[in-house]
Design a protein around this ligand. Structure first.
Ligand code: URA
Length: 234
């Protein structure tokens, strides 16, 4: 199926290359081609896949879909010095729609995080009905034994200030102070608050997996593009 045509000036500005006025300068400087032809008019309707700027294809005109290894110490908010978005190309910060993480991890949590500019795709992953499994490796301040963990599995654990209990978690005790915890929802600081409800404290937290995604060999602070087949929701 042919890609929908789009005005060159709209494409140029939504992908963060610059304003319409800047595009006119680029056109005059003969930096823009559509297929083999020089582009002449800012309002020309073009197939994004055919556009070349200085000989290079456009920067992901079909959207950004990334698997990112969130490092410790970074926050998922935009516009902060410690923002995760400083790990991506600066031109992406002026793309429209904006890129966003699929859910959030707090500053002291590392691990698997999806990032995209496709709002509908983002919402499909986070929709409660989908109940995507999130797997966390949890390091605790105090040792636990399996019997103490029953509330996590019960589906009855009520966190401070909430009116609905947490969905039942899957808990695997790896050592007295280390758990692998699988949650099927994403509440604010959920793991830390669940452990606090048991009278314990999280010392280290890493998200090993989000649905089918794992950071595996990605170093903290780095990312890779998802292949088209990986973007299909299970
Ligand atoms: N639970 C937390 O407490 N923090 C996170 O970052 C994710 C889940």
């Amino acid at each position: 199926m042919a890609a929908p045509l789009e005005r060159l000036d709209r494409l140029f500005s939504r992908l963060g290359y610059g304003s319409r006025a800047e595009l006119r300068d680029w056109l005059r400087a003969e930096r823009v081609r559509v297929g083999p032809e020089l582009a002449r008019k800012a309002g020309e309707r073009v197939d994004p896949a055919l556009v070349r700027i200085d000989g290079e294809p456009l920067d992901h005109p079909d959207g950004l879909y990334l698997l990112y290894h969130k490092p410790l110490g970074k926050v998922c908010a935009h516009g902060e010095p410690r923002s995760i978005y400083t790990d991506f190309p600066a031109s992406w910060s002026v793309r429209r729609p904006a890129i966003n993480s699929v859910g959030r991890l707090d500053a002291d949590t590392s691990g698997t995080l999806l990032v995209t500019d496709d709002g509908a795709w983002l919402h499909r992953w986070t929709h409660p009905r989908r109940a995507v499994p999130r797997v966390y490796l949890v390091g605790l301040a105090e040792p636990v034994d399996d019997a103490l963990l029953a509330p996590l599995r019960s589906g009855e654990l009520l966190l401070d200030g909430e009116i609905s209990p947490c969905l039942p978690a899957t808990v695997e005790v790896q050592s007295p102070k280390h758990l692998r915890l699988t949650l099927r929802e994403g509440r604010y600081h959920e793991v830390r608050r669940m452990m606090a409800a048991l009278g314990n404290r999280v010392e280290t937290l890493h998200r090993e997996a989000f649905g089918p995604f794992r950071v595996d060999d990605l170093q903290p602070g780095t990312w890779r593009l998802l292949a088209p087949a990986e973007r299909i929701l299970p």
